[in-house]
Design a protein around this ligand. Structure first.
Ligand SMILES: *Cc1c(COP(=O)(O)O)cnc(C)c1O
Length: 382
């Protein structure tokens, strides 16, 4: 079976894990945690990074660092992995679902601005959602597939309405927007080091920002908000620390980040060329404003519906290929049926069922890529 996206652990992972065991530093303090946080800051061009237990935890802490409170609303595209939205719920806040733009599959800044303009009013310093009376506390653009959103436009809208920007950069480590790295694009950003991401810690995440105060807050609240070794605490904190074992794996992975991103980009362009000229088939989008991290690769089939795609995945499975459908919009998931949403989610609703993700591990061989492309063509009747 050619897997969809599996880790590539042929670097220093084993040696670093052995160092953890030899030194008995396996828990949440250790040299690899410190080293990973330094590497995370450097590659994202941030003042500091904080290593935590998951991308979802990183998102929740990022929201809290921007003052998101229980009862608030946070604008977020519905076309995302459900964890983006769960992190909002974990703060006691509610999502406000926005649509994406069809060329980048990221938050559409124009329709976001229109939605805010039509449905909110300023009361003192607060932006209030008129219908529910809730405070709109933030916006969370999502870097779909490793494509950054159009951050100049989104930051402009957020500044106009006076709300902070928390970027879900979970799958976008290595991406650039108009030459800028992830840390320079939002008030605070969250990265995932889950097993299916470009680099992994086994499980884990990073919070990055260019504001030292924000990062100090994130470190503090992620480590039980301790103020002294004598069991003094000043807030309800979290135990969201990453362990030295996870960080050891992540440090070895970080050493190969550029190589892995290059391979991801190669895989994307391989599929683009392989399916070029097939009617009704198009490649995954890469907007002009970004150097995508190309986390996932695959294709878009114009005439397809969800049932067709599920069937296609089954056929490919019989050929020994793991292919999968992609993010079913979050407003279509039972826990969020009643959440507020923009009047129009047409692009979200029309794109998700036409997307097929194909094997794109960084260890995939040229022969495997060719086999996948031939099988897809065969199953589509070309
Ligand atoms: C992977 C991912 C997450 C969640 O990260 P975890 O580390 O699995 O908690 C959130 N948002 C997006 C866009 C992701 O791709």
């Amino acid at each position: 079976m050619i897997p969809l996206a599996v880790p590539n652990l042929r670097g220093n992972e084993r040696a670093y894990l052995n160092q953890c065991i030899d030194t008995e530093f396996v828990s949440s303090v250790g040299a690899f945690v410190t080293r990973l946080e330094g590497m995370g800051a450097e590659v994202t061009h941030s003042v500091r990074s904080v290593a935590v237990s998951s991308g979802t935890a990183a998102l929740q802490l990022a929201l809290l660092s921007q003052g998101v409170l229980s009862g608030d609303m946070v604008a977020v595209p519905s076309f995302t992995f459900i964890a983006s939205v769960n992190s909002i719920s974990h703060c006691g806040a509610v999502p406000w679902f926005m649509d994406i733009d069809g060329d980048s599959w990221t938050l559409d800044p124009f329709r976001f601005a229109n939605e805010l303009g039509a449905k909110t009013k300023k009361v003192g310093d607060d932006l209030i959602h008129i219908e529910t009376g809730r405070r709109v506390a933030a916006v969370m653009p999502v870097y779909t597939l490793g494509n950054t959103a159009d951050m100049d436009a989104i930051n402009g809208v957020a500044a106009e309405f006076g709300i902070p920007v928390i970027a879900d950069a979970a799958c976008a480590l290595g991406a650039r927007y108009k030459g800028k790295a992830v840390g320079d694009l939002a008030d605070v950003s969250a990265i995932s080091l889950n097993g299916n991401k470009t680099i992994t810690a086994g499980g884990g995440g990073l919070v990055v920002a260019n504001d030292a105060k924000v990062m100090d807050f994130v470190k503090h609240i992620s480590t039980t908000a301790r103020t002294s070794p004598e069991y003094d605490f000043d807030m309800v904190g979290f135990n969201y620390r990453m362990t030295n074992l996870q960080a050891a794996v992540a440090c070895a992975q970080m050493e190969r980040l550029q190589e892995f991103v290059d391979k991801k980009r190669f895989v994307r362009s391989f599929y683009q060329h392989a399916f070029e000229g097939l009617p009704a088939v198009s490649p995954f989008p890469v907007p002009s404003w970004c150097d995508s991290a190309c986390w996932f690769s695959g294709l878009v089939i114009e005439e397809a519906d969800h049932a067709f795609m599920v069937e296609l995945c089954e056929k490919l499975k019989d050929d020994g290929i793991e292919a999968r459908t992609f993010w079913k919009p979050v407003h279509m998931q039972p826990p969020y049926f009643k959440a507020p949403r923009a009047d129009d989610l047409t692009v979200t609703e029309s794109i998700w069922s036409k997307v097929l993700t194909l094997p794109c591990s960084t260890g995939i061989t040229l022969g495997e890529l060719e086999f996948v492309a031939e099988s897809v063509k065969k199953e589509l009747g070309y």
